[in-house]
Design a protein around this ligand. Sequence first.
Ligand code: 13P
Length: 255
Amino acid sequence: MTRKPMMAGNWKMNKTVGEAVVLAQDISNQFKGTWEACDVVVCPPFVDLKPAYTVFEFDRVPISVGAQNVYWEESGAYTGEISVPMLKEIGCEWCIIGHSERRGYFGETNEDVNKKAKALLAGGLKPIICCGESLEVRDAGDTLEFVCAQVRAAFAGIDAAQAVKCVVAYEPIWAIGTGRTATPEQAQEVCLAIRETLAELFGAESADAMRVLYGGSMNPGNVDMLIAQPDIDGGLIGGAALKAPSFVQLIEACI
Ligand code: 13P
């Protein structure tokens, strides 16, 4: 099975609306390849979602937008939260959930990630489910067990028909924003274990169809080695997604 590669930019808490519009325009103008060969997604802050979506719609480039978080209730007294229908109405197709920064700084648990995944799927959005170990877990030799447990928890109660719409992003915490990338072998080992876990849960055919991304200091210099691995289907990019030339180079590497 050949899986379509995917490059997703996680802008994190960067870019005002004005800056987001400029970056979105630069990405759509600078890419000269065939968009169909790779699914491209940008995940800006909430306030930038509609402006970025509008740029891509106006330029007629098939770049999808995704949020970086969501709450699982549809509406109500949840001050500060954003729901699935709100995201859907402004053209959002994807949503990152379970990023290590949300788990680490904001106390997001495996159970929260599972509730968010179910709410997104019920509302017609596609989750990008993040998982990844700390350096302590890696040094203790527990990486595969830890990451696969995160994956099982995120997908609890979700059936194969829904699961195939999801993307899993393996992001070792020690590689995020540190310039210290996992070696292709390290990344492949974990992405393979993730796919085997997906096969246990949903069957080999579904697991084979699902995309597993790598994230953590991926950049134009190391992307080729990483995406050459059989179980790495693209990237979830932080720093290198904040400048159009490097993000465009990453997309081109997937084609
Ligand atoms: P960096 O690419 O900046 O390491 O960030 C990766 C990441 O956390 C994407 O979600």
